[in-house]
Design a protein around this ligand. Structure first.
Ligand SMILES: [Zn+2]
Length: 140
């Protein structure tokens, strides 16, 4: 038996990267800038969760987390210089990983076409224009 409250979940709620990131960042050593710019698609959710686990022990202020030309870019101000290199290394790996994951559906992107530059969406998502209609989101 379904209660009425399930009705509310019928419409797909659009993925909100800022809320997702803010929730994950709670209780971590790093802080978020008041003017932080957060934008990425639902397909990168899992990757961002792994990234936050890797960054949780570092003191810094994160100022930007977004999809820039098909890769995840994270900007930060180090609070202490001690771990700056380690943080850069973690972020570099996340950037590399993000190039291989569709920003919308999370499928792997198997090829990089130099003539197209970095692509953040898989073919299926490009075809359906996902990120707009939300049709394919129902699958996830
Ligand atoms: Zn896709």
């Amino acid at each position: 038996m379904l209660s009425d409250s399930f009705e509310q979940n019928k419409d797909h709620v659009k993925f909100n990267a800022f809320e997702h990131f803010k929730t994950l960042a709670k209780g971590k050593k790093f802080v978020l800038s008041n003017h932080i710019d957060v934008s990425y698609g639902e397909g990168w959710k899992g990757m961002v969760e792994v990234l936050i686990e890797e960054l949780k022990g570092y003191s810094m202020q994160i100022t930007r987390v977004n999809d820039a030309y098909g890769q995840l870019e994270v900007d930060f101000n180090p609070i202490t210089k001690t771990h700056e290199v380690s943080i850069w290394r973690v972020l570099h790996n996340a950037r590399k990983t993000s190039r291989r994951i569709c920003v919308e559906c999370g499928d792997s992107l198997n090829q990089f076409k130099p003539e197209l530059g970095f692509k953040s969406k898989c073919r299926a998502c490009e075809k359906t224009g996902k990120g707009g209609t939300g049709t394919w989101l129902d699958k996830y």
